[in-house]
Design a protein around this ligand. Structure first.
Ligand SMILES: [Zn+2]
Length: 297
């Protein structure tokens, strides 16, 4: 199944739903950051949730970033995604492993921690980005993001995210967002119906693992409400805009003394992009050139 985003409407446009498959980009993040199993699940869920948030942005250049600062051993979890379908992210402590749950599952909630904050920045690429921070309602990413959407954006939403990891890597990953459109926000019959469907729905990642597509899962969930899968499909991929030029610009922010020390003591500089894990090697000649240019100023 390719990494992609699909949209479904139901109840005469009163319900908007988005579905995501993301095995490829979660596996890429796992390999780039050498993530542990629970680290892969946590970051994968955060990347999927961020793409779900980005699905409602209006401009093509829009981006959304999500930071979860919990008190668990993983430390900060960061993801950022664009309306163009690109996504990247990292966790502060990528190698953390924790004991499995009673049902042999990965305990993402424990790894993230149940106390802390969730911060979302929505940037349409025009005007001032919109930043909002809420208390972490739970270490579960889906619940935390749904809580954010309700308290901060006043949109009752269901957020489902699932990442299944086996000994080889990512076996399945995906997510879904269901929201009532503003005109239906007071429609209690529809709210109750949606809540009941979600309560009786179990195992998003299990269904993905068994080969169901997010479109099939959403259509089943919305049965009887005339669900319609829209024809537009958006491809998704891991991408980071870092480059050698950006790394060199960052080095120019250091002092001449610091650069000289790197050149003399380390014979160059090794810079690792925090977002994608790419390693940039800057040799002593390039460092020398930067120093010369700084001295000439
Ligand atoms: Zn990068």
């Amino acid at each position: 199944m390719a990494d992609e985003m699909i949209r479904v409407t139901a109840a005469n446009g009163g319900i908007r739903a988005v579905g995501i498959t993301g095995k490829g980009f979660v596996e890429e993040a796992r390999q780039r950051h050498k993530l542990s199993a629970v680290g892969s699940a946590a970051l994968g869920q955060a990347m999927i949730a961020t793409l779900l948030l980005a699905s409602s942005m209006k401009t093509p250049q829009a981006r959304v970033s999500l930071q979860i600062m919990g008190d668990g051993p993983l430390g900060k979890v960061f993801a950022d995604a664009g309306a163009d379908g690109t996504v990247r992210g990292f966790v502060k402590n990528p190698h953390v492993e924790i004991p499995l749950t009673d049902s042999n599952g990965l305990d993402v909630g424990q790894a993230i921690g149940h106390n802390g904050f969730l911060c979302v920045i929505r940037d349409e690429g025009i005007g001032i980005p919109y930043t909002s921070t809420v208390e972490l309602a739970s270490g579960e990413v889906g619940q935390a993001v749904a809580h954010y959407l309700f308290t901060s954006e006043q949109t009752p939403s269901v957020v489902l995210v699932g990442v299944h990891v086996n000994s080889e890597g990512i076996e399945a990953a995906g997510g879904a967002l269901l929201q009532l459109m503003p005109q239906e926000a007071e429609n209690n019959t529809l709210i109750d119906l949606l809540e009941e469907r979600v309560r009786n729905f179990h195992g998003f990642s299990r269904l993905l693992r068994e080969g169901s597509s997010p479109a099939q899962i959403l259509v089943n969930m919305l049965e009887g409400l005339h669900p319609e899968v829209l024809p537009e499909v958006k491809p998704l991929r891991f991408a980071c805009p870092c480059s050698l030029d950006r790394v060199l610009s960052a080095l120019r922010m250091l002092s001449i003394a610091e650069l000289r020390e790197m050149m003399e003591k380390d014979g160059g500089a090794e810079v690792v992009c925090q977002f994608c894990g790419k390693v940039y090697h800057i040799d002593r000649f390039d460092l020398g050139k930067i120093i010369m240019n700084m001295e000439a100023r």
